[in-house]
Ligand binder design. Sequence first.
Ligand code: PEP
Length: 252
Amino acid sequence: MRKPFIAGNWKMYKITPEAQAYAKEFKNLVQNVTDRDILICAPFTLLGTLAKEWNNSNILLGAQNMYFEKEGAFTGEISPLQLKDIGAQYVILGHSERRHILKETDALINKKVHAALQNDLLPILCVGELLEEREANKTETVVKTHVVEGFKGLSQSDALKVTIAYEPVWAIGTGKTATPEDADAVHVFIRKVLAEIYDSSTAEAIRIQYGGSVKTDNVDSLMAKPNIDGALVGGASLKADSFARIVGFVKI
Ligand code: PEP
């Protein structure tokens, strides 16, 4: 059985006092949740503060990006070693904002996936198509490329440490959500691709989150789908009470 995995992506929001207030409120709201994994991926500047606030709690901590080298002359970058050092356990890689605004390629993202795993950080690999690609019936081709290239060179045991987030780009921050049926169908397709690369038991074990305008009022129907194992939540993770409601999705 895949344990539900609900992750928040704060993007480039919040400063220290806001993060501290959120941390206390959210910790209280989710303290009794044991049957779901809960993660917040925060800006680098807040990771140290949150690591202290959530030490020994049920809230996991992640970053939203990293470079693939352990150290070196890479001005402005952050390394997996530094993320581990500050208390991160996870890292989002290949988010559509990095693919499309910062022009990250599949090859670069794959290097980052390897580097994360080599340094004991668990990657959330984001995959997903643009609106024009969906309209041109290219969803499966695009998603397959993101998965195949993202997992390139990973052993089966490393593959099992990766979470995939299927995030159709047209649904991110737009208020448009893929229907639970459409999202589930893409998740089934992703599992087929994973089974082709590895085998069906590996494909069955890897968790696939859905992301794209997940909110308090649609999380229950999304999470009711058999292949949707969790959510990667942007906007609605910024408020502790709404994110706690998403974490506490009702099984229907
Ligand atoms: C995201 O940032 O990954 C995301 C899915 O954002 P939103 O929930 O705001 O659409």
